[in-house]
Design a protein around this ligand. Structure first.
Ligand code: URA
Length: 235
């Protein structure tokens, strides 16, 4: 059981003080009965709560897929740049959202935004090896030796060893490779190609775990994941 104003405000649409006002105006119902005070206790999973004529479909957490554009930073706030959180529309916004994993400012594609710290920890923990798939536009195509180096585990220029990864060329003109990695070191994909004397010109994340970026999402757009899609991330 939790305070009603806390339950309602956790869903993002109304602040705690707005809920209090709505209660005073008689616009908050708990199981069909007008609520007299915002601090009554309710069971978010069982009770029917309605605000202003609208039944709240309570969700403990929210999981959002964003197609990140270039120039937007994977942070919750930034003094200069737009953040991925700034791109979440009011209908999906709630307090406590953060990106589960980072993309560089100039990398585009799939960022998962959530308010579920345990889930984020699970998908980011190196021991879970959640696969991430990227499309990298390169300076030049890969040789057979380059591809072999990826499958054996690349040694970065600073001596860091990467886990085995998969790579294949998707096109030659321009040279675009698909890379699948099971870890998330700082600037990892760019540094892997740099270790082979190549350069990443553009980078896009297209998949996390078993879930592909929705091709219908334009850059800057996001949408909520379905429960099945969420399961696909962790496989
Ligand atoms: N690897 C990189 O180099 N940059 C990213 O943004 C993600 C993976």
């Amino acid at each position: 059981m939790e305070r009603l104003d806390k339950i309602i405000s956790s869903q993002g649409k109304y602040s705690r003080s707005e809920v209090k006002k709505l209660v005073r105006a008689g616009l908050v119902l708990l199981n069909g009965e007008k609520v007299k005070s915002a601090d009554v206790k309710a069971d978010a999973d069982r009770d029917t709560i309605s605000v202003n004529g609208e039944v709240i479909s309570y969700k403990k957490h929210i999981y959002i897929m964003l197609n990140k554009p270039q120039g937007v930073v994977s942070a919750t706030d930034d003094p200069v740049h737009k953040t991925v959180i700034d791109l979440v529309p009011p209908s999906l916004f709630r307090q406590g959202l953060f990106p589960a994993g980072r993309l560089d400012g100039d990398t585009t594609g799939f960022v998962l935004i959530t308010d579920d710290g345990d889930f984020a920890h699970r998908i980011l923990s190196p021991k879970n090896h959640i696969m991430k798939t990227y499309h990298a536009t390169l300076d030049h195509t890969l040789t057979d030796e380059d591809i072999k180096a990826f499958t054996e585990g690349i040694e970065l220029r600073d001596g860091t060893l990467c886990l085995e990864a998969q790579v294949k060329m998707l096109s030659e003109e321009p040279p675009v490779a698909e890379v699948r990695i099971h870890e998330g070191k700082y600037h990892q994909v760019k540094r892997m190609f740099a270790a082979l004397g190549n350069k990443v010109i553009a980078l896009k994340r297209v998949q996390m775990g078993g879930l592909e970026l929705d091709g219908r999402l334009k850059e800057g757009e996001c949408r909520e994941l379905t429960p099945d899609e969420l399961k696909a991330v962790t496989g």
